[in-house]
Ligand binder design. Structure first.
Ligand code: C2O
Ligand code: CU
Length: 474
């Protein structure tokens, strides 16, 4: 990897990040790709003053006693990691104390933090080495269901993920209790790239290369997952979500997988979707929804149908048994009833944000038309594989429009760091672009200066190059 060191120096100067030291070598997915001579804009500073909430996140290899593979890396000895919960508006300070044998970072997926807090190695910070620490600081807003994860290499698929809940002071839907359901695809070995090194035959990822990692759809190769998990539990040992008849329960679903497009269904009850990627929407009742890696949905369920009901999350692009939990009334032990295979499924068109993004009503100041496709050794945006890819340059205050056209047969859950975007009538930070020429357009307001990743949240697609830097220039 050859990158001009003057570019790096200029970048670090623009960050104002004294003491970061030199960035040496390529740090994988976050490698700096600013080859432009244009001066970049100064990022916002993180909030100053005392923190309202402090926490420590300790990534480390799983202990033998945990029952997890020794190749699994976890936060604070749990899998998924500890749920971080804060009231909206709090200044949150989180120390990352690295107990791994490798360098790491934490990315606050979906939270529009100040750029130096975004946790992307080589782009917003130098990663914390073994035994080192890094302190993140940001205001927990807006309220919503988020998660945090490592942004180094394939560490997300090693288990470095955990929920982050920013509590609403005034939710638009009332409920009596709540659960978080983290869905994940679990590997019992160290993750390996699927499209680099292993693909010496020169076949592109969309060419149906086959092999053991081949998923259900042509070209959608997946790692050899041991199981799909709900809150860290395999399907044969499901968690019980206890309810009492008459209660309304809120369930926060997080697709924290690395490569799984889930369809979620619940037996015996409609689910009323109340939030998409943490942002409130007009409630809409459905029987199922699908979501890609990085997406979140909150639903409320009225407990009016006593019994024991299966909650199933099926891989639409894989063959593993569905992840599973049980909705269980009053501690009953009746045999669980499966959801029906039919019913109304959520579509993006059903989502109407309660708070649209201000300043996007006119025509865009800048438009990017991007093609998503398969290349010889990885996944591409407009024919380029990050980090050897042109940054998408924008200016503060602009209304930016991005259109993505998917020339491949597989879905791509595209995620923008640092901003929410408007897609149809929804406000989200991750959106699935369907295969076979699926097209999605989103708009965002350039209100958070810095260098931000925009990428496919299928970790293996990201790792092979399906990313761009969005760069604020002066
Ligand atoms: Cu979940 Cu680049 O992030
Ligand atoms: Cu992808």
């Amino acid at each position: 990897m050859t990158r001009s060191s003057t570019t790096r120096r200029r970048f670090l100067a623009a960050l104002g990040a004294a003491g970061l030291g030199g960035l040496t070598g390529c740090t994988g997915i976050g490698a700096l790709s600013n080859d432009s001579d244009v001066p970049t804009a100064t990022p916002r500073s993180p909030p100053s003053g005392p923190a309202d909430t402090a926490a420590t996140v300790r990534p480390a290899p799983a202990q033998a006693a945990s029952g997890l593979s020794p190749d699994t890396w976890i936060y604070n000895e749990g899998f998924p990691g500890p749920q971080l919960r804060v009231p909206e508006g709090d200044v949150l300070e989180v120390e990352l104390a690295n107990g791994l044998p490798r360098e790491t970072t934490v990315h606050w997926h979906g939270v529009p933090v100040a750029n130096p807090m975004d946790g992307v190695p080589g782009v917003t910070q130098q990663p914390a080495g073994p035994g080192e620490s890094f302190t993140y600081r940001f205001r927990a807003e807006p309220a919503g269901t988020y998660f945090f994860h490592s942004h180094v290499g394939l560490q997300l698929d090693r288990g470095l993920l955990a929920p982050l809940i920013v509590e609403e002071s005034d939710p638009h839907v009332e409920y009596d209790r709540e659960y978080t359901v983290v869905l994940d695809d679990y590997l019992d070995g160290a993750p390996q790239p699927l499209y680099e090194g292993t693909d010496s035959g020169g076949r592109g990822p969309g060419m149906g290369g086959g092999g053991p990692g081949m998923g259900g759809m042509m070209g959608d190769r997946r790692p050899p997952y041991a199981a799909l998990l709900a809150n860290g539990r395999p399907p044969n040992d499901p968690q019980r979500l206890d309810v009492r008849e008459g209660q309304r329960v809120r369930v926060r679903f997080i697709n924290a997988s690395s490569a799984t497009y889930f369809r979620v269904r619940l037996g015996g009850h409609p689910m009323t979707v109340t939030h998409a990627d943490g942002r409130p929407v007009d409630p809409v009742a459905v029987d199922s929804f699908r979501f890609g890696a990085g997406e979140r949905y909150d639903v409320v369920v009225d407990a009016t149908n006593p019994g024991t009901w299966e909650l199933l999350a099926t891989a639409l692009n894989g063959r593993e048994s569905p992840a599973r939990a049980l909705l269980s009334y009053d501690g009953g032990t009746s045999a669980p009833v499966s959801p029906s295979a039919t019913g109304r499924e959520l579509s993006y068109g059903d989502l109407v944000a309660r708070t649209p993004i201000d300043g996007l009503d006119g025509s865009p100041d800048r438009t990017f038309n991007l093609t998503l496709s398969a290349g010889q050794s990885g996944w591409l945006i407009d024919g380029q594989a990050y980090p050897d890819a042109d940054p998408l340059q924008i200016k503060e205050g602009e209304h930016v429009r991005v259109t993505m056209r998917n020339r491949s047969p597989v879905v791509h859950p595209m995620h923008l760091h640092g901003h929410f975007f408007q897609v149809g009538n929804a406000v989200k930070d991750t959106v699935v672009v369907p295969g076979h020429m699926g097209t999605v357009t989103f708009d965002f307001l350039a209100d958070n200066p810095g260098n931000w990743l925009f990428h496919c949240h299928n970790l293996y697609h990201l790792e092979s190059g399906m990313a761009r830097l969005i760069q604020y220039i002066e």
